[in-house]
Design a protein around this ligand. Structure first.
Ligand SMILES: [Zn+2]
Ligand SMILES: [Zn+2]
Length: 364
């Protein structure tokens, strides 16, 4: 099966034939339908998150189960499954305390990412994030596949495991926006475009979208932002405060990455407001915050991973929002690529030309 392998940091992906390993007792093989190219993988490609080549990137996907390990229960061959960025093992400390977004199967695995295949020279190839979605096949822990029952196309549902989960989870699970509240969003990429839609569904009366790129601000307005602001030409803090009685917004959601964006998000939230931080620019980046903004003024600063998702609760809810038309994927899918064009997909993501560029796979 073909896979796009990151063979060296900051070198083009190499699309090559790999020999996939048969699934171990607790794993499944999934034939990939579609995988969005995520902007996070531009950072991985550049070596800023510590990935070790050779590795297959792509941390959220969708496909069809083609083989199951001997101990796998609850999923069978032929079922369509979502492969999100987060497993839910159900037995680790974090799953036990209701925080599967921090599941030990993803974060505390001493063996590192799993070896899923071998290349022509016999070298082991690992799957980043336990997924490895930039490939025709995925070898996945049964704890990280979720049967999805919907008539929606895989292209749309492929966005569920990263963008939709993170964007919606930031609003519904982390910020917990309620009707009439105000929300600022910093950095209009795919996560924020889902967050804007979620804030609209939650009944937010004001949604301030902040981004230097005019086309992205326009998309945010199309999907529900009530105000759009250009941080390169406008005093964003002043604008948000003057539109909210001088206070700042009830919630501020950041999904940009740079430390300055997170510092801005903290400033945008009013006293006793909520700040949701998603972005990571590079391992080791530090954020500088004025002490009174975090010690005296009552803000709740929430660090999130994949929208602090609980898959078994959130997946059916979010699928139904897509099915009912409450969420619109149309403007977010900006391109489709065959696997062989993955380097074009990355370039478009790096240059901020794509929101979500999908790698789509031949169903045969
Ligand atoms: Zn992602
Ligand atoms: Zn767990």
């Amino acid at each position: 099966m073909k896979a796009a392998v990151l063979t060296a940091i900051a070198e083009p992906f190499v699309v090559e034939d790999l020999e996939y390993h048969p699934p171990e007792p607790g794993r499944v093989l999934v034939r990939t339908h579609a995988t969005p190219f995520c902007s996070t993988d531009c950072t991985n490609w550049a070596g800023k998150f510590g990935k070790v080549p050779p590795v297959i990137l792509g941390h959220a996907s969708i496909g069809e189960v083609v083989e199951i390990g001997s101990e796998v229960r609850g999923v069978s061959v032929g079922q369509r499954v979502l492969v999100p960025g987060t497993p839910e093992c159900g037995t680790c400390y974090y799953c036990a305390v209701g925080r599967p977004d921090q599941c030990s199967e993803l974060f505390d695995n001493p063996r590192g990412y799993p070896v899923v295949a071998t290349d022509a020279s016999g070298t082991d190839i690992r799957a980043s994030g336990n997924v490895g979605g930039y490939a025709e096949m995925m070898n996945i822990s049964a704890n990280q596949v979720f049967v999805i029952e919907s008539d929606l196309p895989s292209e749309v549902l492929s966005l569920m495991g990263c963008g939709i989960m993170t964007g919606l989870g930031s609003v519904f699970n982390a910020a917990r926006v309620t009707p009439g509240e105000s929300v600022s969003v910093v950095g209009v990429g795919h996560l924020v475009l889902w967050a804007v839609q979620a804030a609209r569904l939650a009944g937010a009366s004001q949604i301030f979208a902040i981004d230097p790129i005019v086309e992205r601000r326009e998309l945010a307005a199309q999907l529900g932002a009530t105000h759009v602001l250009d941080p390169t030409t406008e005093d964003v803090l002043d604008e948000v405060r003057s539109a909210t009685g001088g206070r700042g917004s009830d919630h501020a959601i950041e999904a940009a990455g740079p430390a300055a964006s997170q510092e801005l998000a903290v400033s945008l939230a009013r006293r006793a407001g909520t700040v949701v931080l998603n972005g990571v620019k590079e391992l080791g980046t530090t954020v500088t915050l004025t002490q009174t903004t975090i010690a005296v003024q009552g803000r709740t600063i929430i660090s999130t991973q994949n929208g602090n998702v609980r898959m078994r609760r959130d997946l059916p809810r979010y699928v139904s929002l897509l099915e009912s038309g409450g969420l619109d994927a149309g403007p977010i899918i900006t391109n489709r690529y065959p696997l062989e064009k993955i380097n074009d997909a990355m370039q478009a993501s790096r240059e901020l030309r794509d929101i979500s560029g999908l790698l789509v796979f031949d169903p045969s």
